[in-house]
Ligand binder design. Structure first.
Ligand SMILES: Nc1ncnc2c1ncn2[C@@H]1O[C@H](COP(=O)(O)OP(=O)(O)OP(=O)(O)O)[C@@H](O)[C@H]1O
Ligand SMILES: [Mg+2]
Length: 410
């Protein structure tokens, strides 16, 4: 259209012609700029839409995969009983008879071994995958992941015992070359023995906090189960877990609940507890070498422990945790009054000498009790008199109880 206009309205003068061309040129340039701008905008939009397309395609793929996953038939859990020479395997599932089945190409042959837990196709029972061995929830819960807050300096008066336990448990794990050079097997485990409330569990907690090894803890009574053979299975699984996670430390608290002497006249329940103990003995020096697994046991009744547990080669080191001496009591009082708001009148040495025969747990109770007395009086400072009252309350109560029930700790 512009061209026809140019042709029909011929200006007479060249200068006019020139101006006209100039004018049209600038119009066209402006238009060009607009179009370039437009093109850029459209280009941007195109890129955005393309991006969106890719995103939606990915989403579609993800949803399709999810749909596939949800529609996939369930797999049956089974166990391999035998691997045949031609590559097929004999499996046992809960359905009853044993089957000879093929295996998926995706399963690596070295994982196929007798006893492995496998997932089977529902129709053909072909082996679709090998599963990790199952562990009992009790066993899984035994590994300490959140370490307790106890430090070695929260323990009063047990410096020697701390050194001993670290020597026997941590050094073999962290510096095995020491033992190799001398040519001896490192000790397998230690047994902490001492009256109730003297800090055995506390010491183990500090080891758990400070060690770099995996710490697996359980209480002996947890192993006493309802069904025959269950306790022994738990022990085996616990030690399997410890071996898997080596270097590791296994702590068995209240060992006397499973480690009591085996007697002739036992009920069926006792016999089950004894089976559990035998499994512990077998783990301690059985066919599966313990390697980088160390054991700490704790008990306040060493007198009733089975001799087999105590013989050398099992708990080879017995660490005695005594009732705290005067100096130890001073330290324990310091530890437990560290965060307390004490009056100037409070004299730790005098308290320690008054609390003769108190255990660590008693001293902790004394401090708490003294705080309670102060609160009852509406004070926020604990005075010496509160502590003295607490000592007589806690220790005299304790004596009373001891008289009623007879001495527990021999
Ligand atoms: N030596 C100690 N230093 C500081 N506190 C201690 C000490 N011994 C015991 N306690 C205090 O007493 C509490 C109980 O101690 P712990 O649980 O270690 O006793 P235990 O020896 O395992 O007793 P049990 O044989 O009854 O299991 C601890 O939480 C701690 O507060
Ligand atoms: Mg304890």
């Amino acid at each position: 259209m512009g061209c026809t206009k140019l042709e029909t309205e011929q200006p007479e003068q060249p200068s006019q012609l020139y101006e006209e061309i100039q004018r049209r040129l600038s119009v066209l340039e402006e238009r060009n700029l607009e179009l370039v701008e437009e093109a850029r905008r459209v280009e941007g939009e195109k890129r955005f839409v393309e991006g969106e397309l890719i995103r939606l395609q990915k989403e579609l793929k993800r949803l399709k995969a999810e749909l596939e996953r949800l529609k996939a038939p369930p797999l049956i859990i089974g166990q391999i009983k035998d691997v045949l020479a031609d590559g097929r395997v004999v499996v046992k599932s809960s359905t009853g008879p044993d089957f000879v089945v093929n295996t998926s190409d995706y399963v690596s042959p070295e994982l196929l071994e007798a006893g492995a837990r496998v997932a089977l196709n529902k129709q053909t029972l072909a082996v679709m995958g090998v599963l990790p061995p199952s562990l009992d929830p009790i066993v899984i819960g035994a590994e300490i992941i959140e370490k307790p807050e106890t430090m070695y300096d929260d323990i009063g008066g047990l410096q020697e015992q701390i050194v001993e336990i670290r020597e026997a448990v941590e050094d073999p794990l962290l510096r095995p070359e020491l033992y190799k050079r001398v040519g001896i097997d490192p000790p397998k485990g230690v047994l902490l023995v001492g009256p109730p409330g003297t800090g055995k569990t506390l010491l183990a907690k500090a080891v758990a906090k400070q060690t770099n090894a995996t710490f697996i803890r359980f209480v002996g009574s947890e192993l006493v189960q309802k069904y025959i053979g269950e306790g022994a299975r738990l022990v085996r699984e616990l030690f399997d877990l410890a071996r898997q996670k080596a270097p590791s430390i296994v702590f068995i608290d209240e060992l006397d609940s499973v480690g009591a002497k085996r007697l002739e006249l036992a009920t069926s329940g006792d016999r089950e507890v004894q089976r559990t103990l035998m499994q512990i003995l077998a783990e301690l020096d059985g066919f599966n070498p313990l390697g980088d697994v160390k054991i700490i046991g704790a008990t306040n009744r060493p007198d009733i422990l089975d001799e087999a547990l105590l013989r050398p080669g099992r708990f080879d080191r017995i660490i005695e945790i005594p009732i705290p001496s005067f100096d130890a009591r001073v330290e324990i009082f310091r530890i437990h009054t560290r965060r307390m708001n004490l009056d100037e009148s409070a004299n730790i040495d005098e308290l320690a000498s008054k609390a003769d025969g108190a255990t660590g747990a008693d001293i902790k109770a004394i401090c708490t009790e003294a705080g309670m007395f102060a609160i009852r009086d509406g004070r926020d400072v604990v005075a010496m008199s509160d502590l003295e009252r607490a000592i007589s309350k806690v220790l005299d109560d304790g004596d009373q109880k001891a008289l009623e029930s007879g001495p527990m700790f021999a």
